[in-house]
Every structure is written in structure tokens, then in C-alpha cells.
Design a protein around this ligand. Sequence first.
Ligand code: DOR
Ligand code: ZN
Length: 350
Amino acid sequence: MHLKITRPDDWHVHLRDGDALKSVVPMTARQFARAIVMPNLVPPVTTTAQAQAYRARILAEVPGDVAFTPLMTLYLTDNTDPGEIERAQASRIVHGVKLYPAGATTNSESGVTDLTGLDTTLDAMAECGLPLLVHGEVTDAGVDIFDREAVFLERVLSPLLDRHPKLRIVLEHITTEQAVRFVRDAPDTVAATITAHHLLYNRNALFRGGIRPHHYCLPILKREQHREALLNIVASGHPRFFLGTDSAPHERSAKETACGCAGIFTAHAALELYATALEACGALDRLEGFASHFGADFYRMPRNTASVTLMKDPWTVPDRYRFDGGAVIPLGAGETLTWRLLGPESHSTV
Ligand code: DOR
Ligand code: ZN
């Protein structure tokens, strides 16, 4: 069985930097025509000049036989000013500004502590149509980790929309039925990305037979009812919900330790994982809109014209791939995937 669709884009990915780029850029470039690249490097990508330099480092790792365009983002800090937004917009290589509430997740220390201090910057973004890409979790340690997204919607996102009704917003990697409802009922200026892992797994995956660090990400996996809400909205074909892998590689030793990093690596088989999730709920026919059309439409970019083919041809996911002088453990390591993306060759395992 074959499934031919328009070549997809990844509207949320972590490609890292330095040596790490060498392993993960070819994987994302093989799967996707374009990707929104997260700016949470150390130090973060806070200026257009840094985004331009980072873009060049990414392009240097794109294999010669694939076409891939990295879409850069800036990391919003308490000090990002409207001038930086103008420079970003004029560059034509920056396509979003990422809001990490300070302390919410990996490398978010320089994130925003007080959003109300950024009104003029957000006005500049609304004015030129540059989207705000939101990590939607409160950082209040008093709020249960499984509730942090839902509380963020009430405490932060709702007031933000009231203050900046023209601001275009992507609520990234949504995980709850509350977020599905919020975005569905919001104006057309608000959209959401959804990961493959949040469509495939509920929170039991974190504790199956013991603690599973490779299933730990932020926002954390939720209860089954939330996974079902995510699947249902994708299966409905709603055009403001689209693919964003949040593929977030960490070297194995940074995950398998007393205090492991958040992040699930899916770039090795992103499209295959989404196909698996949608097929399981009878919605494979929604894959193309979700993966290849809706994101481009929201970002006001042309849809891709090339196509890719997925084939029913079972393969076993390697136990690990080379990464940053060590290894990264991919989602589904050692398991069989029934779908295979046809195309140029596989990547070196350790
Ligand atoms: O699980 C996550 N990993 N969530 C994030 O928000 C950041 C990401 C990372 O950079 O590792
Ligand atoms: Zn992310």
C-alpha cells in the first residue's frame, strides 16, 4: 500500500548546534521541505544576526541531494525591543518569535519573566504579522505539572489575546483537551502544533515497567482523554491544527541520569509516526492537510509542490543513532514501524 502526499513541513523542531547538527539536520531535511527551527540554544538566538549565522550553520549540514529550507525564529527575552522585530521582519529569514516563560523547559532561563513589559514589542509583531510561538505552560511550582498547560490558557494566553487581538499566535505542542478547545474557539489568528508523541502516547508510557526517561518531554504526556482530544481534532481536519514534531534530541547520558532532560527525539521517523497515529484512528486521509497544507497556509507561505510517498513496508527502528559524540535514543527504538518514507538513504547508527 502506498500513500502519496504533498511534501510536508515541520512547524516546530530543535536542531541544536555544533556537532549535533550533523546527525539531525539530514534527518529533518530528508523528511521535510521546511522547518521552523527553535532558538533555545546556549546562548539563545535572540537577534536577527544570530539567526542568520545559525541558519548558515544548518544549511552547511543539508545533504546535497535534498532541498530544505530552515525557517528561523528569535528567542523572546524581557529585553527584545521593537527594533529587533523590524530587523527580523526585514531579513525575510525569521518567521516567528518564541515565547518561553522563564524556567518552563530546556534552556528557558533567559525567557520572559513578565509578558506585560513587552507590549510594544508584541504590537510591532502584530503590526508586521510575525507570529508569536508559545510554550504554553505556567512555571509556578505550586501548579501540578499535569495542569500547567490548562492553567496557562487562563492565566496568560487569554489575557494576552485580549491585550493583542491582532497578534498571530501558534500555541506549540498542545497536549490537553483544554488547549484543543481554546484554539478551536479562538479567532483565526490562533493556531496550534501537535507532536507525534502526544498523538501516540499517554502518560502511562512514562512509567511502563519502570521510569522511562526517553518518554519525558515538556509539556509532559497527559491522560488518555487528552490524547483522544488531540487525535479527534486532527481527524476532524481542522485547518488551524498542524504538524510540529518538537523533535528534541539529547545525548543519551543527559536523559538516562538522576535528573534527565526533557525532550523526545522523533526526526528519524516523524512522518511514519504521524501516519501510524492517524491510521490507528481511521484518519489517514487527514495526514496530508495536517502535515503539508495547514501550516503553510497559517504561516502565509506557498504549499510545497513536490510530493513524498509512504509505503507499508515494516522496518525496525535502530536502538540509537550517532549524536554529538555519543548517541541519541529515538522514539520507538527497537520497535517495528509499519510505514516507511521512501527516499534517500538512512542514517548512521552507533
Ligand atoms: O521536551 C522538550 N524539549 N520541551 C521543550 O519545550 C524543549 C525541548 C528541548 O529543547 O529539549
Ligand atoms: Zn520545542
